[in-house]
Design a protein around this ligand. Sequence first.
Ligand code: UDP
Ligand code: MG
Length: 322
Amino acid sequence: MNADIRYSIVVPVYNEEAVIDQTYRRLKKVMDLTREPYELIFVNDGSCDRTTAMIKGFRDQDDAVKLITFSRNFGHQIAITAGMDYASGAAVVVIDADLQDPPELILEMIVKWKEGYDVVYGKRTKRKGETFFKKQTARLFYRILKASTDLDIPVDTGDFRLLDRRVCEEIKRLPEKNRYVRGLVSWVGFRQTAVEYEREERLAGETKYPLKKMMKLSMDGITSFSYKPIKIATYAGAVIFIAGLIYLAVLLLLNVFYKSVISGWNLVMVMQLVLTGILLTMMGIIGEYIGRIYDEARDRPLYIVSECYGLMKKERNVKRAV
Ligand code: UDP
Ligand code: MG
């Protein structure tokens, strides 16, 4: 660990050849303004375009640039985690590579950090250039997450944030595999505050977060911090069961007192569909948790580093409590 480094900027990159050059330049410009030693850690999440070569090019002229390359695509949250594992700065800033998060805001974050805050997160007041669908689903997700957990996870906040070294150290101790990093940051605690910003359009290239990855992230977020989905299933099951009993009682009473015939296969069909639907949902929710328990039990490493420049290759030595 290099004790001289004051700021570590962690940038996860996945096939960002269209923007990486600009990103590097803007980050460098901003960080040079601090007049303090910093490092730019690019975590290359298995890119298969020119991204890696370009970052190596920056490195040739600039010692502050460091590179970790994964052996394949492990995902955004894992890339951030690796960056935090390797960072040695007194403050660690995580920022997307596509300039949707303005690097200039880092300076404001640093001011707050110097005031004594341990976590300074960027809160988006507006999101530009993203589809209506993405904005609305993201909005809904943050609200559902907030409603389903007791933990105070700030809404409309991505991974763009500054962490003090001690927060970073605490997060490094958390062993879970399906990581929702912004939730973990809230869980860790310490003094947290926000700086607001308008989220820009992606500078170039396409989103690397297709619906499938968004679904995975939201499921990780909710299952990591809440048991409510399982409870909903339990309550729904109980309510339906009682409704079924009442229904049966009504049919029997009608039969006994009014001699009505218990008929209507279509009603039975409806019941059948409702119950099957609920059962399947319950099984699905339970499956989500069991899948994650399985991931933890297998205890595979979070990521595999294939190349490492400017940083000491190290194992993520998280020891489980026994
Ligand atoms: N990213 C990554 N691995 C992935 C997907 C994305 O490292 O599997 C990086 C990507 O290069 C970018 C950041 O994560 O720096 C956020 O991705 P993106 O901008 O595509 O997501 P969006 O802003 O569209 O939600
Ligand atoms: Mg983006």
